[in-house]
Design a protein around this ligand. Structure first.
Ligand SMILES: Nc1nc2c(c(=O)[nH]1)N[C@H]1C(S)=C(S)[C@@H](COP(=O)(O)OP(=O)(O)OC[C@H]3O[C@@H](n4cnc5c(=O)[nH]c(N)nc54)[C@H](O)[C@@H]3O)O[C@H]1N2
Ligand SMILES: Nc1nc2c(c(=O)[nH]1)N[C@H]1C(S)=C(S)[C@@H](COP(=O)(O)OP(=O)(O)OC[C@H]3O[C@@H](n4cnc5c(=O)[nH]c(N)nc54)[C@H](O)[C@@H]3O)O[C@H]1N2
Ligand SMILES: [Mo]
Length: 669
């Protein structure tokens, strides 16, 4: 991203035209980054709560007063309840290594605070890949122009990952067909050649059904199977069970669709599967990713540029995280799963044993909007005996519950270094303007707090540029040549991998066997089916017919086009495009309920409810509803949002969230 500055003020942000992935354009949201940076609501000074919890009443205080108070309160909590009663909470506000996993980690490790299991986004698939391919390493976006079939599977590319699209367009110009597998006919699906409107949470069954057809037609790559896979005979037997008829019955698709997809996948030379997060947010999300990740090993597509699966490329970025985190700096402690924040804040033992959570320090996250089971989260945040600190750009739903709010810098104002998950470039983030108001970088805030709390280890004084150098000081061959000097000069740098990168053309999987593990002993040892299998959603006719009878609609709450999770929801121009909290229904579902377009409806289940304006279009599978998300509760008329209805249950693998494994009923408000 290039920033134009005039008289010390950012005036324009743009994609770098020379960057191989950005190619000169930014997404709809980040295009508005200047508006966001200088927004009149931007937090400019530290704040102390003056009214009751959650009242949103604050007074401006000095940094000195804020830091003194936080240090005193944290010290007292640690002395009275033990360090484990302090909980850090952070996720995706920025994913830069300096502002998201350096001084903050060192600070909490030194303190001995509870650790946070950062599961809210990607863990189901991460473990699914780890058990199958060995790591989150997959096909290269830059190979996509070579593919002859593109499957966009559980991903709204044009919204969530638009920089992949130019590569897809090039493949298409060369004859590739592009197919979207999604219960919703998203703006991405509308641009594809085909839309396959699968029943939510059944993707593992579809992957096994495709495999069935591939084997049945003899379209497998016997040589690849023999050399580079483990358990292919068992895999073949498992796939044999997934006849097109059975697959169709489970996935809610026509048998002909399954057969045709299987045949085309098998006949393709280099099919590219972009699998993303939609299909992970269900009970069997980990296994679904695992089943899909097996496909290119059956057909041998990994051999060719443009072939394979991409969930994430993040494991290629082997920065020296141990040096940044310094987990060795403090005692062993307990771990709390971030998606169970509601339980952690409302249980005497935080839900995991040990002391209750007495102090919460939130940065890079807005859990009062994004965490599941929002009613439980808000009950927790409302506790008068909980000391809450929030580092933020804005007075979010979460900041409203804080005792102290600290103004943080944005990416325009601080240093950082970034990994990627859709490509292979390291990015340096240089500050282009001075901090707005009195804002400080997260890293600086934790340095100052460390000093106030008497943490004397020199590592607590490392500056941001030193932290970047420490991150780069890695033994990984993939980081060789990626140096501070080249980054300062160019801004970004490709990892030391070929272009395009074909990670598994000749095996080389990072699993214990070194092969693509159709059969996983590690999964067997963990008590799972060692082969890819279909695990039905928690809230499905298979597992809970009584619940489904009461709440017949599956609610998907994937991102609104102009929001980034809950970020940007307060930016007027972007919120105007998102209009208001909405829910999309199929005409048949709407008619059955007497719902007409524009009607105010209640979306509800036993966990909670929120109001939305009904949209009625046939661009969604019957039985499914879509609430584009994530709204700030306080920007909605009823102060509620979709996470009122979602649950704290966990996925099969990785303890991830099941946001879309969520049955609701919808009726006129
Ligand atoms: N504009 C924008 N971009 C973003 C984000 C954002 O909030 N806004 N968030 C960023 C983050 S943190 C992430 S994790 C990524 C997410 O990246 P993606 O996963 O690509 O993004 P989503 O838009 O969530 O797309 C998920 C799609 O999966 C579909 N889906 C839901 N359940 C199922 C299912 O069971 N099976 C199948 N096949 N499909 C299903 C949904 O209908 C939705 O269209 O995007 C990143 N990019
Ligand atoms: N129902 C439902 N819930 C979901 C999802 C869904 O699809 N449906 N998606 C889930 C996913 S994939 C994810 S990744 C999570 C994301 O959840 P979060 O990680 O909470 O992400 P955001 O909502 O973007 O909130 C990030 C906050 O960090 C702040 N921030 C940004 N940069 C900085 C910084 O440098 N310093 C500080 N101190 N603050 C900063 C922003 O202002 C913003 O308020 O939400 C999850 N929740
Ligand atoms: Mo995410």
């Amino acid at each position: 991203m290039l920033v134009t500055v005039a008289d010390g003020r950012a005036v324009r942000v743009a994609g770098d035209p020379h960057h191989p992935v950005t190619q000169g354009f930014l997404c709809a949201k980040v295009n508005r980054y200047v508006e966001r940076t200088y927004h009149e609501d931007r937090l400019r000074t530290p704040l102390r709560r003056t009214g009751p919890k959650g009242s949103g009443q604050f007074e401006a205080i000095t940094w000195d007063a804020a830091l003194t108070e936080i240090a005193a309160r944290l010290t007292s909590v640690v002395e009275t309840h033990g360090a484990a009663s302090v909980l850090p909470y952070s996720y995706a506000g920025t994913m830069g290594l300096v502002q998201a996993e350096s001084m903050d980690h060192r600070f909490f490790h030194t303190l001995g605070a509870s650790r946070l299991d950062r599961t809210i986004c990607a863990m189901a698939g991460t473990i699914g890949l780890r058990m199958t391919l060995g790591a989150s390493v997959g096909a290269d976006a830059e190979g996509v122009p070579e593919s002859d079939l593109v499957l966009l599977w559980g991903t709204n590319t044009l919204t969530a990952n638009p920089h992949l699209w130019p590569f897809i367009t090039r493949a298409r110009e060369r004859g590739a067909r592009v197919i979207c597998i999604d219960p919703i006919q998203t703006r991405t699906a509308l641009q594809c050649d085909e839309w396959i409107g699968i029943r939510p949470g059944t993707d593992a069954a579809l992957a096994l059904g495709i495999m069935h057809v591939v084997f049945a037609r003899g379209l497998e790559d016997a040589d690849y199977l023999e050399r580079y896979t483990l358990g292919h005979e068992e895999m073949r037997e498992r796939a044999a069970e997934w006849t097109p008829a059975r697959t169709a019955a489970v996935t809610g698709l026509d048998e002909a669709v399954v057969v045709s997809l299987g045949e085309r996948y098998g006949r393709a030379k280099a099919a590219f599967i972009r699998v993303n997060y939609g299909l992970q947010r269900h009970a069997g999300g980990g296994m679904a990713v695992r089943a899909i990740a097996c496909l290119p090993a059956v057909t041998g597509h990994w051999r060719h540029a443009g072939g394979g699966v991409q969930l994430s490329t993040s494991a290629n970025f082997q920065f020296n995280r141990a040096a940044l985190h310094r987990a060795d700096a403090g005692p062993e402690t307990r771990t709390i799963n971030m998606i169970r924040l509601g339980e952690a804040l409302t249980s005497d033992d935080a839900g995991v044993g040990g002391p209750p959570v007495k102090a919460l320090v939130v940065y890079n996250s807005n859990p009062a909007a994004v965490a599941p089971d929002r009613n439980a989260v808000l009950r927790g945040l409302a506790r008068e005996d909980l000391f809450t600190v929030v580092l933020e750009h804005f007075q979010t739903d979460t900041a409203d519950w804080a005792d102290i709010v600290l103004p943080a810098t944005t990416q325009l104002e601080h240093w950082d270094i970034h990994f990627a998950y859709g490509h292979h470039y390291v990015t340096l983030n240089r500050p282009s303007i001075a901090p707005v108001g009195e804002a400080k970088p997260n890293s600086e805030i934790f340095r100052l707090l460390a000093s106030r709390m008497g943490m004397t280890d020199p590592m607590m004084r490392d500056d941001d540029l030193s932290l970047i150098r420490q991150a780069l000081a890695s033994q990984s061959p993939k980081l060789q040549g990626v140096t501070m000097e080249t980054l300062l000069e160019k801004g970004y740098m490709r990892l030391n991998v070929p272009t395009p990168y074909l990670p598994y053309a000749e095996g080389g999987f990072a699993t214990p066997s070194g092969k693509c593990e159709f059969r996983s002993q590690r999964l067997a040892d963990m008590g799972f089916d060692p082969l890819p299998t279909y695990i039905p959603p928690y809230e499905s006719p298979e597992r809970d017919p009584a619940l489904v009878a009461r709440f017949p609609l599956t609610l998907i709450s994937s991102p609104a086009h102009t929001f980034l999770n809950s970020t940007f929801a307060n930016i007027t121009s972007l919120r105007r495009q998102a209009r208001e909290p909405e829910v999309l229904l199929h005409p048949a579902d709407a008619e059955r309920r007497g719902i007409v377009p524009g009607m105010m409806v209640t979306v509800h289940n036993d966990r909670g409810a929120f109001l939305a304006t009904a949209r009625v279009e046939p661009t969604i599978r019957e039985g499914v509803a879509w609430a584009p998300s994530i709204w700030w509760g306080k920007l909605a008329g009823d102060t509620a949002n979709v996470n009122q209805t979602t649950s704290q249950r966990e996925t099969d693998l990785g303890h991830g969230p099941v946001f879309y494994d969520n049955q609701v009923e919808i009726g006129a408000a």
